[in-house]
Write a protein that binds this ligand. Structure first.
Ligand code: FES
Ligand SMILES: [Fe+2]
Length: 386
């Protein structure tokens, strides 16, 4: 039985989080938000990624991403989680164009900028890539193609699923008292569901006696074939794990039960429950293509992360607006998340006080590849002169 690869310190120590920010988060494409949040001119969304404050905004029809820090004195340009407002600093009113250049400086005479100085003033911009409705950013000046980070089947699912998204979302954030990686590992481990979520989540899934997924479940998915899989097989033969191999998807047998709101929705895949584990810190999936969940785990300290949670439905029939339904679904999902959250905070405490013991089950085999990839990056980082 394979053992956990990651050392216990990487869940508890600052130096490991510094490594993760510098050599993982600042190198990979990271989810920033959804296109539903930036539909109209001047719609914006803010977030912190890799410890960097970001705002994304629809400017002249383009989705742009900038460091949320004014070149004058560092004030955030957008101070709310999301909204609709011009790219204008709230402190002294400097305004910015769609390329982040300073457009206007009220009372400019006070600053005595030469025209060259004014020309050089601007926001730090980051590259953006969009897959379906998913907006990613990268901190590299010249980043690799996003297709080099994710395998083709994962990209297909993100794009295909996006075709079914309703335009309305429910979005919230909250903090959790444990390492972000514990959450990524937890959402890949279906064997905890019966024990941690016996009343909330477990009754939905068709488990066999030995804890595996039931083989007798009749698949009625339109998108996926019969086989329940934990995603593409990892290429074991390659000497180094490819970045494409550490983001993956899986399915679970989830018998379809019509719910009171099913009649309002155009479900895209009755019979299907899928989850995409998008390294480093995103979990996206759907229950029957009727409702979708998107979750991101952004580290703040080794023992704390910000949980970003989006919930939305498939397209509604007759374009109905269903805010109460979204609220209800999100509330139910938060109940499940809280069951994990309470327990994983206790696990974090035990990691801080002792050795980590760990075994990885067959159902979590991608974690072995992720562990190898992570340690390769760590060892590479030790060879780079600081
Ligand atoms: S800090 Fe932004 S205009 Fe002064
Ligand atoms: Fe859970």
């Amino acid at each position: 039985m394979p053992k956990t690869i990651l050392p216990p310190e990487c869940y508890t120590q600052d130096k490991w989080l510094e490594f993760e920010h510098k050599h993982i988060f600042k190198k990979l494409w990271l989810l920033a938000c959804l296109t539903q949040q930036l539909r109209n001119e001047n719609d914006f969304a803010t977030c912190d990624l890799a410890g960097v404050p970001i705002f994304l905004q629809n400017l002249e029809g383009k989705i742009k991403a900038f460091r949320n820090s004014c070149p004058h004195k560092g004030m955030p340009i957008q101070t709310e989680l999301c909204g609709n407002r011009k790219a204008l600093c709230p402190y002294h009113g400097w305004s910015f164009d769609c390329n982040g250049k300073v457009r206007g400086i009220p009372n400019a005479g006070l600053y005595q900028f030469s025209s060259e100085e004014k020309e050089s003033l601007g926001l730090e911009e980051y590259p953006v890539a969009i897959l379906g409705n998913f907006i990613f950013i990268n901190f590299e000046k010249d980043p690799p193609h996003i297709e080099d980070q994710f395998n083709a089947s994962l990209i297909r699912i993100l794009k295909d699923a996006s075709n079914h998204f309703s335009s309305e979302i429910s979005y919230t954030t909250f903090e959790c008292d444990y390492n972000w990686k514990l959450n990524f590992e937890n959402v890949t481990d279906f064997n905890h569901i019966k024990f941690v979520h016996p009343k909330s989540f477990a009754p939905l899934i068709d488990f066999a006696k030995d804890g595996a997924y039931s083989e007798t479940f009749k698949n009625t998915s339109k998108i996926f074939d019969e086989k329940f899989s934990t995603g593409e097989e990892i290429r074991q033969s390659s000497p180094r794990v490819s970045t494409k191999d550490i983001s993956f998807w899986g399915r679970a047998p989830l018998p379809y039960k019509e719910r009171w709101y099913s009649k309002f929705l155009d479900a895209c895949d009755i019979g299907g429950h899928f989850a995409c584990h998008i390294f480093p810190n995103v979990n996206f999936g759907s229950i029957h293509g009727e409702n979708f969940f998107l979750q991101q785990f952004n580290p703040i300290t080794p023992g704390r992360f910000l949980y970003r949670s989006w919930v939305f439905t498939s397209k509604t029939r007759d374009a109905k607006s269903l805010p109460h339904l979204l609220w209800g679904i999100h509330h139910a999902e938060k109940r499940v998340i809280d069951e994990d959250r309470v327990l994983l905070a206790k696990l974090q405490k035990s990691l801080s006080s002792g050795e980590r013991v760990g075994y990885v089950g067959n159902h979590e085999h991608p974690l072995i590849s992720i562990g190898k990839w992570y340690m390769e990056k760590y060892n590479d980082s030790l060879e780079i002169p600081h």
